[in-house]
Design a protein around this ligand. Structure first.
Ligand code: CA
Ligand code: CA
Ligand code: CA
Ligand code: CA
Length: 363
């Protein structure tokens, strides 16, 4: 994670200060981190070679934990073992695709293989995911595995379950969850139709110059994974989940407010309604009108609203049997207000009151 790198830099600075106080004969040698552009070029070359020299074997066993397991092996018979690279932009699955990722002030092109997209919902890059994974080095060494037991991970990189590998938050949003059975007598849930894939990460989107257990510094990493489920997160606790604060609907919300880490963020990645430098998902007053979003989505007394909750739903949906304590049938969503004062609660794609420019809260 960038946060992690930042701490790492602080750590290096600490070492440098300590070393100044030591005698010359046992001075600690501080190795500066490699140049990101140079390292990415080397990593990308290695990844392309890997994609050309290896093939996949996928287990198709719906309803079992092994479903969509993928084995990656060196090609020994090109006639029967199509390279991973041969799936590049394929019309059918598996598909090898790429995504441009702005990080370390360079743009990485990240390769990822879609075995199956999934049929449910996609996380945004700050949500919590529930997934399995297997991690390999490019030489085939497996450094970690969840052994097909799903676990929760926070893509925002925060907390005990925060993901330190930046690539995860960039690639998981390209996949969807599947379906889950009700727990059986022993509490086991069976997942079907979940998204499954493999991401091929340059070291800059993994641990970069920091070595980890079984991972040398500057290692590109290969993760195969299955996305079972997700949980939505509301980072600014304004009553609107992050995925509903993704104003440009690209599936990602970014905080580029740290100008040292992000000197030149691409403008098309920024979801910041009032343009104050704080993205909507972290801004408690998205439209900068002096009224907090939480106030703006609070149902006013006496308004023509229905339902039991204090706040408007973002988008009204049919009542879901899996959330008996939440009444999703409330037909009045967060309103938009036209210049003539007309209030619109239901049109798809309307600008909600709290993100509308030039409108204040209904009082
Ligand atoms: Ca929010
Ligand atoms: Ca976005
Ligand atoms: Ca803002
Ligand atoms: Ca506001």
């Amino acid at each position: 994670m960038n946060k992690f790198k930042y701490y790492f830099v602080l750590l290096l600075a600490g070492i440098a200060i300590v070393s100044c106080n030591k005698k010359d004969d046992d001075e600690v040698v501080v190795v500066p981190l490699r140049d990101y552009t140079e390292q990415y070029k080397a990593d990308n070359d290695s990844i392309i070679k890997y994609l050309n020299r290896n093939y996949i074997t996928v287990t198709n066993a719906p309803g079992t934990p092994q479903d969509q397991d993928v084995t990656i092996s060196k090609i020994t018979d090109p006639a029967t073992q199509p390279s991973i690279m041969s799936y590049l932009n394929s019309e059918t699955f598996p598909k090898l695709l790429t995504r441009d990722v702005y990080n370390d002030n360079i743009t990485y092109k990240v390769y990822y293989l879609v075995l199956r997209e999934g049929t449910g919902h996609s996380p945004v890059n700050t949500d919590r995911v529930y997934n399995t994974y297997v991690g390999n080095l490019l030489n085939g060494t497996q450094f970690d595995s969840s052994n097909n037991i799903p676990g929760y991970w926070d893509l925002d990189g925060l907390g005990d379950r925060g993901v330190f590998v930046d690539g995860w938050k960039e690639i998981f949003p390209k996949f969807k969850t599947g379906t889950a059975s009700a727990p059986d007598a022993s509490g086991v849930v069976t997942y079907n139709n979940f998204g499954a894939g493999v991401m091929f990460l340059p070291s800059g989107l993994a641990y970069y110059g920091s070595s980890q257990t079984n991972i040398p510094a500057y290692s590109p990493l290969v993760f195969s994974f299955k996305l079972m489920d997700l949980a939505r997160i509301d980072h600014d606790r304004d009553g609107v989940f992050d995925f509903n604060e993704d104003v440009n609907h690209d599936g990602y919300v970014y905080d580029f407010s740290n100008k040292t880490l992000y000197p030149n963020p691409p403008a098309n990645l920024i979801d910041d309604t009032d343009g104050d430098g704080t993205p909507d998902f972290l801004d408690i007053d998205d439209d900068g009108d002096g009224y907090t979003t939480l106030f703006e989505i609070t149902k006013p007394t006496g308004a023509p609203v229905t339902g039991i909750s204090k706040y408007y739903p973002y988008d009204p949906i049919p009542d879901s049997p899996v959330t008996p304590n939440i009444d999703e049938t409330e037909t009045w969503g967060i309103p938009a207000v036209a210049s003539d004062g007309t209030v619109d609660y239901i049109s798809p794609g309307r600008l909600r009151l709290h993100v509308d420019k030039n409108h204040h809260a209904i009082k």
